[in-house]
Design a protein around this ligand. Structure first.
Ligand code: HSE
Length: 425
């Protein structure tokens, strides 16, 4: 038996998928229980230079025609259109689909899951979250006997690389971004990575799987890393923290909270040691307790590894019958109000170095009901000024906002420099 595979897109990941499908064909076919046959690669530019691993005879611009002959369609174009239309066409034609398209799933996943269900075909997306790290499978299948309470992850390699270089080499955000672009880590338009949307799409996908509720990109509170300064990094380091872009999904009392924000991670936390462009995901489950997954979240061969695991699974289902695990939605999604969100905070202030300032500031925290766990004061670079770094116990975002408003009105407070959330150990 032969399973016909169509590949849409021949960029960094698509090229490696085609190479590995050819080089490892015997092994992958044995696992699938059928000959895996790559019948074509749809591209938009026929004339573009290709890796020598690509058989040019397979290249076509007729994506729709290719889809109609395939049993399994791999979508690695990225973006919303044309992938949305092409995936719909594949599902309607009776092909199972494998995609790494996190943006599409986080915005239009439900219509595609519904269509796959209606057409009795499967939609796989291991490569959409954390590249090679098998976290989709883990949440959907390995933890099917448990209840996930929280997921925290470093889900974007570009931003982790930038923050790591800023921390370890003392470089500025702009300097590291330029190098990341030269090295090909960051896109020419780095918005999706740097402003947090790539990580937000991934945490939305994981939250949907973990909590059996529909969570889309728009439900994620997103803040990126553009405004992080070397002074932020220095203050974090001095106080025993590392700044990481942390993606969080929690469910408590039936309410979901999903967020991406630069956060202070204690150096002893498992996410603190994740360096370079690596990804890591920490899952807190009711019975399993804490699990951690780590690996390459991007790159051609690592992401192709995840794509091909889905291809083997999709092909095996075509051979043996049966269906892949379906989307499970247990009721309407209820989200936590932004003000109810609870965490510890780290606040940096620039104040006049005068008698009584500290008391005024700490009084403002007390009046808003926010408990302080540590205060550090240093002489600021400028004469007559002091830099205050205040760490709090857990407080609601609403109480914290009231505190910051009150602190900002104190005449001896020159500037509320920065407010970070602080992760628990
Ligand atoms: N650009 C992403 C990253 C990989 O830097 O992690 C694809 O989502």
């Amino acid at each position: 038996m032969s399973i016909k595979i169509a590949l849409l897109g021949c960029g960094t990941v698509g090229t490696q998928v085609a190479r590995l499908l050819s080089e490892k064909n015997a092994l992958l076919s044995a696992r699938a229980g059928a000959d895996l046959e790559l019948i074509g690669i749809a591209v938009s530019n026929l004339a573009a230079e290709r890796d020598p691993a690509i058989d040019r005879a397979l290249i076509t611009t007729d994506a729709a025609g290719l889809i109609e002959q395939a049993d399994v369609v791999i979508e690695l174009i990225g973006g919303i259109e044309p992938p949305r239309t092409l995936i719909r066409h594949a599902l309607e034609s009776g092909a199972s689909v494998v995609t790494g398209n996190k943006a599409l799933l986080a915005e239009h996943g439900p219509e595609l899951y519904d269509l796959a269900k209606e057409k009795k075909v499967d939609l796989y997306y291991e490569a959409a979250v954390a590249g090679a790290v098998p976290v989709v499978y883990a949440v959907r299948e390995s933890l099917a006997g448990d209840s996930v309470k929280a997921i925290k992850g470093i889900l974007n390699g570009t931003t982790n690389y930038i923050l790591d270089e800023m921390t370890t080499k003392g470089l500025t955000f702009d300097e590291v971004l330029a190098t990341a672009q030269e090295l090909g880590y960051a896109e020419a338009d780095p918005t999706a990575d740097v402003d947090g949307f790539d990580a937000a799409a991934k945490i939305a996908i994981l939250a949907s799987l973990a909590f059996h509720k529909r969570v889309s990109l728009a439900d994620v509170d997103v803040e990126g890393i553009r405004s992080i300064t070397d002074a932020d990094i220095e203050a974090a380091t001095k106080n025993g923290y590392v700044i990481k872009l942390v993606a969080t999904a929690t469910q408590a009392g039936g309410k979901i909270e999903t967020r991406v924000a630069p956060s202070l991670v204690p150096v002893s936390h498992p996410l603190a040691s994740i360096g370079g462009s690596f990804n890591a995901v920490v899952i807190e489950a009711e019975s399993a307790d804490r699990l951690m997954f780590y690996g390459r979240g991007a790159g051609g061969a690592p992401t192709a590894s995840a794509v091909l695991s889905d291809v083997v699974a999709a092909a095996a289902k075509k051979v043996l019958g049966g269906r892949a695990p379906q989307e499970i939605v247990l009721g309407e999604s209820e989200f936590m109000d932004a003000g109810e969100s609870v965490s510890r905070y780290f606040v940096r202030l620039q104040v006049a170095d005068r008698v009584g300032v500290l008391a005024e500031v700490t009084d403002a925290f007390a009046e808003a009901g926010v408990s302080i766990s540590a205060v550090n004061q240093e002489v600021d670079g400028q004469p007559g000024l002091a830099a205050l770094a205040i760490t709090t116990h857990a407080a609601s975002a609403a109480d914290m906002a009231a505190t910051i408003e009150a602190v900002g009105k104190i005449s001896d407070v020159h500037e509320v420099v920065r407010v970070f959330r602080v992760e628990d150990e």
